[in-house]
Design a protein around this ligand. Sequence first.
Ligand SMILES: Cc1ncc(COP(=O)(O)O)c(C=O)c1O
Length: 379
Amino acid sequence: MTELRIPFNRASLLGHELDFVANAVATGHISGDGPFTQRAEQLLEQELGVARALLTTSCTHALELSALLLDVGPGDEVVVPSFTFVSGANAFALRGADVVFADVRPDTLNLDEQRLDELVGERTRAIVPTHYAGVGCELDAICATAERVGAVVVEDNAHGLFGRYRGRPLGTFGALAVQSFHETKNVTCGEGGAILLNDVSLVDRAEIIREKGTNRKRFFRGQVDKYTWVSLGSSYVQSDLLAAFLCAQLEARERIQDARAHVWRRYADSLAAWAAANGAALPFVPAHCDQSFHMFYVLLPSLDARTRLIAHLRGRGILAVFHYLPLHLSEMGRALGGREGQAPVTEDVANRLVRLPFFTGMTEVEQAEVIEAVHEFAT
Ligand SMILES: Cc1ncc(COP(=O)(O)O)c(C=O)c1O
């Protein structure tokens, strides 16, 4: 097999990560909720304008925390796009809720807000839109539908940190939003996440659930004289070692975003003519959305063309990958009632999408090689 020279993703160090981690070790606070956690949470709160940000061990855990916080349970329905990461559905299924799979729009691959009305009703407790590739969903329509049926919007903003919809940061529209700091994300600490709370009435309980169901945070603030078990909860607090790494990345956010914007635009400019000649489509970003430059994908005309392009790039030592498989057609999705034809756009695009190597530290030379290899390919 050809040696892999250009990975799909490579974690990038921005400069201060190791100093900050060493600092956490030196100060002796390496468990959670230390100085670096506070610094990262404040930065997110100020930069995005959210009432409260709490770091978590992952985005998956932030979604589980959301499900516990909303007290979702049997008899409730939660609407999730079928074209998303499994945790958006799993977190609510874990609480016994029914997952309702929604289809996505063919242009942005985001939850199709125009077909949302057919999926919501009295039992809908939450709608969980994913801002795919960091391009905002149609939040005006989604929030209006949620309000009409009394459901809560939980934005899965794993891809969308620092993206905007009509000028307002993604993550600030739903009562809740979740972030991921997994290695593949723009800002990372290896594994990590956050829950953003825009509804202040949820802050107290969120702190309790995140701390194993105890009121330990209130105890540390001197608000109670001992801490005890007060509700269901789990261990969602992130270590300050990881928060230190994360702080260094968050503080370098402008450099990260500039570098990624440069890579994204170069792909878009260099591949436009090739895409037109080969019946392929490049990402669509509506004029009212400022994207987060999370990924670059190509929609090939067929599954066969996608398979051949991935193999062609692999033959040149370049790793390109496909993305989500339709959740409603997965083994678990089918067990929950998913069936063929239920989300035709998802079923179609999942077969045709390929993500090109895309990471903050990608060099001009690496990207030129990928572009050249794509140009050599004809569908
Ligand atoms: C849209 C989306 N939501 C949630 C997650 C889960 O993130 P984590 O790995 O931080 O749990 C991912 C992971 O890639 C994702 O793409």
